[in-house]
Design a protein around this ligand. Structure first.
Ligand SMILES: NC(=O)c1ccc[n+]([C@@H]2O[C@H](COP(=O)([O-])OP(=O)(O)OC[C@H]3O[C@@H](n4cnc5c(N)ncnc54)[C@H](OP(=O)(O)O)[C@@H]3O)[C@@H](O)[C@H]2O)c1
Length: 315
C-alpha cells in the first residue's frame, strides 16, 4: 500500500490526513513513480485553505516530486523522451506529490538532472518556471537593472540565477536582520538591500544611477509594490505573483500558475529550466528535509515566510 497526504475539505494544514491508498497501474500515456522527495511550495497550503472554483475535495496535496519509475503504461512518452522502469525523473505539475507512489501523465515527467539530488530536483520546477515567466512578461534583457522583492526565497533565488544567466543586474530585498538571506542573494549574483522603511532610497543607492527597468514581486507587501511603482515608469514591466488585488487596482501585471496563459508558458519552460539546472547554472538551495509523515510540520515552516531555502519531504 502507498501512503498519501490529502486535504479532506477546505481548511488549515492541521486538518490534512495521511492515508493508505491503492495506486492504480499506469494506463495508456501514464507512468508510476516511486517518490524519493516531494517539493513543498506555499501554494500547497494556500490552494486548499478555502474553497476555490475548480477544486473538488478531498484533494491530494503537492505539485512536484522527484523519484524513480516503477511502471510504464502503453504509449507513455515523457516530456523529455522515452521513459523506462528505473529511470530517475522529476514530475511537475502533478496533483498529490506528497505520497510514496503516484501514477501520472508521462508528458509531465522529465529525466532528472543527474547532478541534482532528489530533494533539490523535487523543488526545481514550480519556482523555476514561475521565475522564467516573470522574466518573460516583463521583457527584461541583458544589461538592465531589475528590482526583486523576496530575493532570498525559492522564486527569488531562481530569478537571481536565471537573471545572471541573461546578464541582468538584480537588486534584491531581504530581511534587515537576515544575514543568511543577504548571503544567499550575494551567492547567486544579486545585490541585497533590506526591506522596510527607506527601501526606495536604499534601492536607488544600490542602483548607482542606473534606471530600474522592471520589478519582480514575490513578497506581495504594499511596500514592495509602492516602491516598484515609484521606480519603474512602465507598469507593464512590474509583475507580482502574490497580490492580484493590487495588480488590478494599480494596472500592473499579475501571473499565477492556474491561469491558462501561465500554464502554457510554464509547461514549455520546464525543459529550459531543467537544462539550466543540468548545466550547473541553476541551483536549488535546500534548507531542510522532513520525513513524509511530518508534512504538516514541514509546511508550517514554509508558511512562516522565512524557511531559509527549500524544504523537501522524504518518503
Ligand atoms: N503566482 C504564482 O504563480 C506563484 C508561484 C510561486 C510562488 N508564489 C508565491 O510567491 C511567494 C514567494 O514564494 P516562495 O516559494 O519564493 O517563498 P519562500 O521560499 O517561502 O520565500 C519567502 C521569502 O519572502 C521574504 N519575505 C518575508 N517577508 C517579507 C516582507 N515583509 N517583505 C519582503 N520579503 C519578505 C523572505 O525573505 P527574508 O527571510 O529575508 O525575510 C523569503 O525569502 C509566496 O507567497 C507564494 O505563494 C506565487
Amino acid at each position: 500500500m502507498a501512503k498519501r497526504w490529502t486535504a479532506p475539505a477546505p481548511g488549515p494544514i492541521e486538518t490534512w490526513s495521511f492515508d493508505e491508498i491503492e495506486v492504480p497501474a499506469p494506463g495508456p500515456g501514464e507512468v508510476t513513480i516511486r517518490v524519493r522527495a516531494a517539493g513543498i511550495n506555499p501554494a500547497d497550503a494556500k490552494h486548499v485553505a478555502t474553497a476555490r472554483p475548480g477544486a473538488s475535495f478531498p484533494l491530494p496535496i503537492g505539485y512536484e516530486l522527484s523519484g524513480e519509475i516503477t511502471a510504464v503504461g502503453r504509449d507513455a512518452l515523457g516530456g523529455s523522451g522515452e521513459l523506462a522502469v528505473g529511470d530517475e525523473v522529476v514530475a511537475f505539475r502533478v496533483q498529490g506529490a506528497y505520497t510514496t507512489d503516484i501514477t501520472v501523465p508521462a508528458r509531465d515527467v522529465f529525466a532528472k538532472p543527474a547532478n541534482l539530488p532528489h530533494p533539490e530536483a523535487a523543488n526545481l520546477l514550480l519556482a523555476g518556471t514561475t521565475a522564467a515567466e516573470m522574466i518573460q512578461v516583463t521583457r527584461v534583457v541583458e544589461g538592465e537593472t531589475v528590482l526583486l522583492h523576496a530575493a532570498s526565497g525559492a522564486v527569488g533565488v531562481s530569478l537571481l540565477q536565471q537573471a545572471r544567466d541573461l546578464g541582468v543586474r538584480v537588486i534584491g530585498t531581504v530581511g534587515a536582520d537576515a544575514e543568511d538571506s543577504a548571503e544567499r542573494v550575494r551567492r547567486y549574483g544579486g545585490i541585497p538591500v533590506a526591506y522596510g522603511d527607506g527601501l526606495r532610497d536604499r534601492v536607488e543607492a544600490a542602483a548607482d544611477g542606473a534606471p530600474i527597468a522592471a520589478a519582480w514581486d514575490a513578497a506581495g507587501t504594499d511596500e514592495a509594490i509602492d516602491v516598484s511603482l515609484e521606480l519603474v515608469s512602465d507598469r507593464d514591466r512590474v509583475v507580482t505573483i502574490v497580490s492580484p488585488d493590487r495588480a488590478k487596482a494599480d494596472g500592473f501585471l499579475w501571473i499565477a500558475g492556474a491561469r491558462p496563459e501561465s500554464t502554457r508558458f510554464r509547461d514549455i519552460a520546464r525543459a529550459r529550466v531543467l537544462e539550466l539546472a543540468a548545466s550547473g547554472a541553476l541551483e536549488v538551495p535546500v534548507a531542510r528535509t522532513y520525513p513524509l509523515a511530518e508534512a504538516v510540520e514541514a509546511v508550517r515552516l514554509v508558511m512562516t515566510g522565512h524557511p531559509g531555502g527549500k524544504v523537501a519531504l522524504l518518503p
